[in-house]
Design a protein around this ligand. Structure first.
Ligand code: MN
Length: 744
């Protein structure tokens, strides 16, 4: 808007600029009449002219902050009501007069005398609303809703108020900064949600974007300019995407219009915040809309036929199908939405609807009832009832219910996509690791994590239909035993097992050598009989497993004291235990509770050491093990060696527990994986040393292909302390997994 000098409109000196202003006002008025033409009845034009003249006269000495004649504001508000909300003559009269009672000499009686009771009531409502809003500096949403309910016996009050706010937001530049902030946040907080509820989507979107522009100008400018920069590329993509569809729809005799709709700046910003990603990683920046010309009785079938044309060319995401034609949203929205995989592995949202449905989506219920009722005014009366029902419903989630409803047609299968857009079918419950093995064994074996829909997730992450997955690998990675706990596909399971077996075999060879040496020393041979005796005693299913455990030190074979050696054969001294005991039972059954070793007190009096295989710390479930020459060693109950020690040397086990004590530091290990970003090591050591004041003994970080694996040994007080540290580390940007090192 141009700045004008603040001269009164009817300046008797009569300058050129006054003439130009009169011209501008007349042009605006004519535009309003043009927008209204479809709903003008007999005598309406005269009534509107009267309202315009009264408003022009009442505001004649006033100017807006922009410097322009005040009358341009009510004219613009009336224009929004007519053009963007589809409202009729009564609303236009009230829009033209909406600020008169509050700001000018006109009274409600003047309005009642000229335009009737209804118009007076609406203008009264508008006057009261602005009074309330001006007074309360921080108005609560709930109060706002109640106030609207009381004041809006006629829904036009709310609609005109929204139009008023929209025009004020469009011209907010000339306001002082603190006023801008107040109006903008009020808009985001109260008016945009209200527009959403009323199904006025374009208005809601514009209000939100304008609010962001003033509350977060840097963010708004950045996103808006990026949208502008990427516009050409987007247009090219949409043309390519639509070309076969356009041809096929034409061939089938459809009459249609194609529009592309870009996501609002506000919703892009929301998504960036919610998913912690940059602008470039928002993949659904636009939607393609097909508007079909169809008779009302044919429109549903035609929309589905159009859907079927899309899915002949592009794979749809079954989880993103929304049928708001069969069950319209509570605010009247009807449309068929789907998301399909377009060229280059890019998701494209497609909205299919009839012209009538599009009118409703753009202009709300006014348009809806226009199709049902003879006149706009009686249509509005119907709408009022609906709006009241909506406003009276305190449960705002009722509206979102259908939105959240997930249509799940194939519950035992999920459909996911490679980065190139290739479709893969997996059983439901499948994880990122399953997906990796589904693509290639090598990819699975080296998998350290994944990105689903551009978001970093661990390899145990359960996938959902429609996810697009990129697998992250590291050459240092090898399959782990616990991977078997979170894969569900037979393919992944068998691959992991075979790799693990291969690895086990290598160790087993060493174990076998160790056992052979031991046996040789005792003049024994590795006969099947002898091996079987060992397997039975240790309850191990195979010789491979036995050798493996020996190599790993999980079975200690010092002197085979538990066996009687006789003429080249061995036999267990004790009969085999008949039932498997749980660890807890074993601990309970070992000696009496009076022999409890209390750790943490008298540290120097009792000769005990914390075992290095599992690094127990206060808070862990622990037990003591009497060693031959190192006194009592404390292990965690979850130590990989624990089962072996407890079952084989029960008589050497001592119950142990911690007392509460804080001052002593215990060594614990933490392993991390993550994305190797600049400064990540710095952040890790900062968390450890400055935030939590923990002493590190060692830190080793291996980085490869942008992924790092690190091990830190540090001193903590107890498990609580350690858990807190792990939680903090997990919060660091780029860190994928953090876990305490168990055992080995
Ligand atoms: Mn106003």
């Amino acid at each position: 808007m141009e700045e004008h000098p603040t001269t009164p409109l009817n300046d008797p000196e009569g300058t050129n600029s006054a003439d130009a202003e009169k011209e501008l006002i007349l042009r605006s008025y004519k535009a309003l009449l043009r927008a209204l033409r479809p709903s003008l009845g007999k005598g309406d034009k005269k009534t509107i002219r009267l309202a315009f003249d009264m408003s022009l006269e009442a505001h004649k000495d006033m100017r807006r902050k922009t410097g322009e004649p005040y009358i341009l504001h009510p004219l613009s508000v009336a224009q929004i009501c007519a053009e963007e909300m589809g409202l009729g003559p009564l609303a236009i009269v009230c829009a033209l007069l909406h600020d008169t009672v509050e700001d000018t000499h006109l009274t409600l009686d003047d309005i009642r005398n000229s335009f009737g009771e209804k118009a007076a009531m609406i203008v009264d409502g508008l006057t009261k609303i602005s009074g309330v809003i001006l007074q309360g500096s921080s108005i609560q949403a709930e109060n706002f809703r109640k106030m609207l309910l009381t004041l809006s016996d006629d829904v036009r009050v709310i609609l005109i108020k929204l139009a008023d706010r929209l025009h004020n937001m469009r011209t907010l530049d000339s306001m002082a900064r603190e006023k801008q902030l107040k109006i903008a946040s009020e808009t985001a907080f109260l008016y945009a949600p209200l527009a959403h509820r009323l199904g006025l989507y374009p208005i809601k979107t514009e209000l939100e974007d304008l609010a962001l522009k003033y509350t977060e100008p840097d963010i708004y400018t950045e996103i808006a300019s990026k949208l502008q920069q990427t516009k050409r590329e987007r247009t090219r993509f949409i043309n390519e995407f639509m070309e076969p569809i356009r041809e096929e729809l034409t061939r089938q005799g459809f009459k249609f219009e194609i529009r592309s709709r870009t996501k609002s700046v506000q919703s892009i910003w929301n998504k960036m915040k919610r998913q912690g990603v940059g602008f470039e990683e928002i993949y659904d920046i636009f939607a393609v809309r097909i508007i079909l010309d169809a008779k009302e009785e044919d429109e549903k079938a035609m929309c589905w036929r159009c859907y079927s044309v899309f899915t002949d060319y592009y794979t749809p995401n079954p989880d993103r199908l929304r049928d708001w034609i069969s069950t319209p949203k509570a605010n009247g929205y009807e449309s068929l939405h789907t998301t399909v995989m377009g060229p280059g592995g890019r998701w494209v949202e497609v909205q299919i609807r009839s012209r009538r449905m599009d009118d409703i989506a753009e202009k709300g219920y006014a348009a809806h009832w226009k199709y049902k009722e003879a006149s706009v005014e009686s249509a509005l009366d119907e709408w009022i009832k609906k709006i009241r029902e909506l406003l009276e419903n305190p449960d705002s989630n009722a509206l979102d219910f259908i939105d959240d409803f997930k249509l799940n047609l194939f519950s035992d299968e999920i459909f996911v996509f490679t980065p190139n857009g290739e479709l893969k079918t997996l059983p439901s419950g499948a994880t990122a690791l399953d997906f990796a093995f589904e693509i290639h064994t090598d990819l699975g074996s080296k998998c350290i994590g994944a990105k689903t829909n551009h978001k970093l997730v661990p390899l145990s992450h359960r996938l959902r239909s429609g996810d697009q997955i990129e697998i992250l690998t590291s050459n240092k990675q090898t399959p782990k035993e616990d991977w078997l706990n979170y894969v569900v596909t037979a393919k992944a399971k068998s691959k992991i097992k075979s790799v693990l077996k291969e690895e086990k075999r290598k160790f087993a060879d060493d174990g076998k050598e160790i056992l052979e040496r031991k046996f040789k020393h005792l003049k024994l041979q590795l006969t099947t009989e002898n091996i079987n005796e060992l397997l039975a005693y240790y309850r191990i299913p195979s010789s491979l497993e036995l050798y493996y455990r020996i190599a790993k030190g999980m079975i200690e074979i010092y002197d085979l004291n538990e066996f009687i050696i006789d003429k080249g054969t061995i036999r267990a001294k004790q009969p085999l235990r008949s039932e498997q005991q749980t660890l807890e039972q074993m601990v309970k059954n070992i000696r009496g509770s009076s022999d409890m070793l209390v750790l943490g007190e008298n540290l120097d009096k009792i000769d005990y050491k914390l075992s290095s295989c599992c690094n127990p710390i206060p808070g862990d479930d622990v037990f003591g093990f009497i060693t031959v020459d190192e006194g009592i060693k404390i292990h965690r109950v979850s130590c990989p060696n624990a089962v072996q020690l407890m079952s084989n040397y029960a008589y050497r086990i001592v119950k142990a527990k911690w007392t509460g004590q804080q001052e002593i530091a215990f060594l614990a290990g933490v392993r991390m994986t993550g994305i190797d970003e600049v400064g990540v090591v710095n952040k890790i050591s900062k968390v450890i040393s400055s935030e939590l004041k923990v002493n590190m003994r060692s830190i080793s970080i291996d980085s490869n292909d942008g992924i790092f694996e690190g091990t830190i040994m540090l001193f903590v007080h107890d498990t609580h302390h350690l858990d807190k540290l792990i939680k903090k580390l997990k919060e660091i940007h780029g860190i994928l997994t953090v876990s305490r090192i168990d055992g080995k």
